[in-house]
Design a protein around this ligand. Structure first.
Ligand code: GTP
Ligand code: MG
Length: 362
């Protein structure tokens, strides 16, 4: 899972990036076309996996991973000036979801470009920039499609051309009336047609409101578009960054003092899974206890394919059990003995938190 952290200048993107990646992750910094990007891979925290691992004591525990990219360079006015630069657009477009940092922390030392702190205004600014960027991409593409249409081509080409044109014109209308693309209904065929574009407003969006340390300064959260693919999350960026860099014991004291129940990374990951429609399932072996990620609605066969193509090819059955039920039984053998392991076929829809054991032969 790739998550791009974007936001207005000095909104706290790098601070949030550090809060999420702490001292644990390798930070890789590179510049592309005058652009600074920082990247880090982070283990997805999961108490269920930890519990399984404590119980089964495997040689290895493998977490699901998420990759964060701290992408600077987005500003108000880029859209009007013809869209984002190629490198910036590419950096943002390659992500599965966008984490939009909105400044809500007060500070006399760090001035805001607009002269005031206003989360709703800043969120609207970012959304406008993303929409204008999509419109700029669409416009170029539509122009090329129209040129090509006037040149003829085979009937099949003309037909494909016309279908793409119609789709882009429809989506253009949506953007023009202020609707981001993420909630536009699309047929599987249309989804395929759009895949290569990486439209920014098609991506799920997590709005992180970067608050100051003092709850007395908290502003109301901005309203977000009513969509299952958008969520808003308040976070004390600076404080969370400091926490992420502390030793665990020291951090625990802090958590208590500020009444923080859960670290920012956990909350961000959970919200990211939700807006992306992702679930976790687990596999248990002597060597390895491991968490895997699936899209919600995917099947036992998809789960098998996620683990290894051989498992999908030779799929016979999936043995399935909720992770806490497995812990109660103590072992897969005991769970099987008690009749708690369910035998499921290829089309079974895997549920969040299930342990899946694929029976297969090749
Ligand atoms: N008081 C306070 N200051 C913060 C907070 N988050 C960020 N800052 C400060 O705001 C300034 C900008 O933060 P960064 O994290 O560098 O912001 P950015 O969005 O990465 O900035 P650019 O990459 O330059 O656009 C830094 O001086 C931070 O220390 C916060 O929650 N509280
Ligand atoms: Mg930065």
């Amino acid at each position: 899972m790739q998550i791009g952290i974007i936001g207005l200048p000095q909104s706290g993107k790098t601070t949030i990036f550090r809060a999420l990646t702490g001292g644990r992750a390798e930070h890789l910094t590179f510049a592309a076309g005058g652009l600074q990007v920082q990247t880090a891979v982070v283990d997805v925290p999961d108490e269920r996996l930890d519990a399984l691992s404590r119980h089964f004591q495997p040689r290895r525990t493998v977490h699901a991973q998420v990759q964060y990219h701290d992408i600077g360079g987005l500003e108000r006015g880029l859209g009007e000036a013809g869209g984002l630069s190629g490198p910036l657009l590419n950096q943002i477009a390659q992500n599965d979801a966008l984490l939009v940092v909105i400044r809500a922390f007060p500070s006399a030392v760090i001035p805001h470009q607009e002269g005031s702190i206003d989360p709703a205004r800043d969120l609207a600014t970012i959304q406008d920039e993303l929409m204008l960027s999509d419109m700029a991409v669409m416009e170029k593409r539509l122009q090329r499609l129209r040129e090509r249409a006037s040149k003829g081509g085979t009937p099949a080409e003309r037909e494909a051309n016309a279908r793409e044109t119609a789709l882009l014109e429809r989506l253009w209308d949506a953007l023009e009336s202020g609707r981001p693309l993420r909630d536009e209904p699309l047929s599987p065929d249309e989804e395929r047609m759009l895949r290569g574009y990486g439209f920014l407003t098609q991506k799920p969006m997590l709005v992180v409101v970067n608050q100051g340390d003092d709850p007395a300064d908290d502003l109301p959260l901005p309203e977000i578009p009513d969509s299952p693919r958008v969520a808003v999350l308040p976070l004390r960026g600076q404080l969370e960054m400091e926490l992420a860099q502390m030793e665990p014991e020291e951090a625990a004291e802090f958590l208590a003092e500020f009444d923080i129940k859960e670290l920012g990374l956990q909350r961000v990951v959970r919200a990211s899974y939700e807006i992306l429609g992702l679930i976790s399932f687990f596999t248990i072996g002597e060597d390895e206890v491991r968490a895997w990620t699936l899209r919600s609605g995917q099947t036992a066969l998809d789960a098998a394919a996620t683990i290894h193509t051989d498992l999908a090819r030779g799929f016979i059955r999936a043995e399935v059990i909720e992770y806490d039920r497995l812990l109660e039984a103590g072992s897969l053998a005991e769970a099987r003995h008690r009749g708690w392991l369910r035998l499921e076929g290829k089309g079974y829809i895997v549920q969040d938190g299930e342990v899946v054991h694929i029976r297969f032969h090749v």
